[in-house]
Design a protein around this ligand. Sequence first.
Ligand code: HEC
Length: 189
Amino acid sequence: MKTAKQLLLSAAIAAGVANFTTPALSDADQVARGKYLVTTSGCHDCHTPFKPGLNGAEPDMSRMLSGHPQDLVMPPAPVLPDGPWLVTSSATNTAWSGPWGVSFTANLTPDPETGLGRWTVRNFKDTIRSGRHLGRGRPILPPMPIPVYSNFIDADLEAIFSYLQTIPPISNRVPEPLPPPVQAVSVTP
Ligand code: HEC
């Protein structure tokens, strides 16, 4: 038998959980929460190109969340020697080479041609939840932290998308990813 105190406590916890999963936010609050989540979840680290700053590399906010710059054509990725090094990245932190090939961070601005301007919130949630482009296309490659972000609750993904749709659109066509080089097979004569 639960005491009155225990009952009150479970009711309070249930109310807290309900409140946590279904926060009713105004549009402005939803956008503000999305901005908070984008700035605390590392999106700028990879989707805003880095530039040299006074204290080392820093995100170039004039190109905020516009992904790998189309005018920065990368030479072939360096071939790493055998050993524990696995991944290389460009100085902009927007092009990455690893066992999956080369990936370039996407343009998350609302530009309709080159960014997420034509996406619906459904497209965004399906992409993050499934780890596939629009929920049904090709798999989203590393280092996009899909295994982490697929844990966002719906309300957070909706807030992130609402915010992304309010930032300045930037026309920047990000290149398609490149497959990994074919492994040289050594055949002993
Ligand atoms: C560690 C680097 C990294 C971080 C942090 C990161 N991303 Fe990404 N993201 C990538 C890369 C690389 C790609 C492109 C992968 C590909 O082409 O398959 C990508 C792709 C995406 C895509 C898919 C676009 C498409 O057309 O399918 C979305 C959406 C996205 N990121 C949103 C976000 C959001 C929102 C955040 C922050 C909550 C974030 N990313 C943080 C690296 C990152």
